[in-house]
Design a protein around this ligand. Structure first.
Ligand code: S3P
Length: 425
């Protein structure tokens, strides 16, 4: 179990590029692996979670040679062994949807963190489509065993705004009879819709404040090249780092700023951060920009409602920013954080307390007082985003931070420690 020590001082300057977007990287592999034909995926995130997806797709018969992936035209082959999703919830949930219709037996498993996470949100609606899935705890937890077969789809109103559930249901619908009519309470990240449409898949929109997605069954995507943008969820650590470190002036290049992901920019702006998007452009159907961030004084804000799904992975680092802001920050409607790689509400509260911050835990969020923490030791609980958030806290806390159990930074952002060093040099 490794640790990461960060001491204060040393402004962040220069230009950096964050690694490829994790959500888009998974989808580029899964959708092209399912597709007819072959495609090049450039800028793919080279980190453990995406390696888990690549390994599973290869075990199912997709070919990956360098940056080229050749799909199976809708028909995978029965894997000879269990499929290991590692720490990656996205891999497991997307594969549940993908394999529910495949006429063979497969088993999905993962590490100790993933095996604790709720899977009924996908196994439930997939079972209602006619799939046979089972798992520990009455089908709720991995390992998940799947005996694929014929599916029929219809309306499904998801109780959670989840990009993973949406992708799983759309993947299942593609090889089902009938038409999926999918709604969610708030629009979750829309990378699935964007990429599949670019692959020739028909996904229509119905009526409503959050329009239903209408996906006719019986469609096989056509392979398409993907240029993966930089991950805004990784960039967020550097945006907050520069915002709270005096003297900083940093440009993070080529960051995906898809509106369904960019809630962190809106909130940081409301907090008074100085972030300037430069050179806005579109790659592979996704908006990107270079983000220039300079140090500035921050103030506390309210974070809740419809913005939550658009910044869900950024709440830990936004909570760190809040600790160094003036005034109180309230995060609400974020109960989903309790079922991420760790219970991120509990882990963030414990982390802030451990470094001397003032924070109150709520069932669906937290309240952070703007009372700058002195620094100290934090347990990241094996969660990559908790680890990186509290590394960032060490830049502004007078005593710095020592973050333990940080190995899983490698699941999403292996270069994080070296990149942080580099832009402080
Ligand atoms: C993801 C969706 C989000 C997010 C996760 C990646 C995706 O999870 O937290 O890191 O790629 O679809 P939920 O779908 O559970 O909200």
């Amino acid at each position: 179990m490794s640790e990461l020590r960060v001491s204060p001082g040393g402004a962040l300057r220069g230009r950096i590029r964050c690694p490829g977007d994790k959500s888009i990287s998974h989808r580029a592999l899964v959708f092209n692996g399912l597709a007819r034909g072959s495609a090049r995926v450039t800028g793919l995130l080279d980190a453990r979670d995406v390696q888990s997806t690549a390994g599973c797709m290869q075990a199912l018969g997709a070919r990956i040679d360098g940056d080229r992936i050749t799909g199976v035209a809708g028909r995978f082959t029965e894997p000879g062994d269990v499929l290991d999703c590692g720490n990656s919830g996205t891999t497991m949930r997307l594969l549940c949807g993908l394999l529910a219709s495949q006429p063979f037996f497969s088993v999905l498993t993962g590490d100790v963190h993933l095996r604790r996470r709720p899977m009924r949100r996908v196994t439930g609606p997939l079972t209602a489509m006619g799939a046979r899935l089972d798992g520990r705890d009455g089908g709720q937890r991995a390992p998940i065993a799947i005996r694929g077969g014929a599916l029929t789809c219809g309306p499904y109103d998801s109780p959670v705004a989840s990009g993973q559930v949406k992708a799983a249901m759309i993947l299942a619908a593609l090889s089902a009879q009938g038409t999926l009519r999918y709604t969610e309470p708030v629009r979750s990240r829309d990378h699935t819709e964007r990429m599949l449409r670019a692959m020739g898949v028909q996904i229509d929109e119905g009526e409503g404040a959050v329009p239903a997605l209408i996906v006719p069954g019986g469609q096989v995507p056509e392979a398409r090249d993907v240029e993966v943008p930089g991950d805004i969820s990784s960039a967020a650590f550097f945006l907050v780092a520069a915002a709270i470190t005096p003297g900083s002036d940093l440009i993070v290049e080529g960051v995906g700023v898809n509106p369904t992901r960019a809630g962190v920019l809106e909130v940081l702006e409301r907090m008074g951060a100085n972030i300037e998007p430069l050179d806005r452009r579109v790659v592979s159907g996704e908006p990107i920009a270079d983000l220039r961030v300079r140090h500035s004084a921050l103030r506390g804000v309210e974070i809740g409602g419809a913005v939550i799904p658009r910044l869900i992975d950024e709440v830990p680092v936004l909570s760190v920013a809040a600790a160094f802001a003036e005034g109180e920050t309230v995060v609400r409607d974020a109960g989903e954080l309790r079922v991420k790689e760790s219970d991120r509400i509990a882990a963030t509260v414990a982390g802030l307390q451990a470094i001397g911050g003032q924070v109150e835990e709520r069932p669906d969020g937290l309240v952070v007082a703007g009372a700058p923490p002195a620094g100290g030791e934090v347990d990241a609980r094996g969660d990559h985003r908790i680890a990186m958030a509290f590394a960032v806290a060490g830049l502004a806390a007078p005593g710095g931070t020592l973050v333990r159990d940080v190995d899983n930074i490698a699941t999403s952002f292996p270069q994080f420690p070296s990149l942080l060093e580099r832009c402080r040099a």
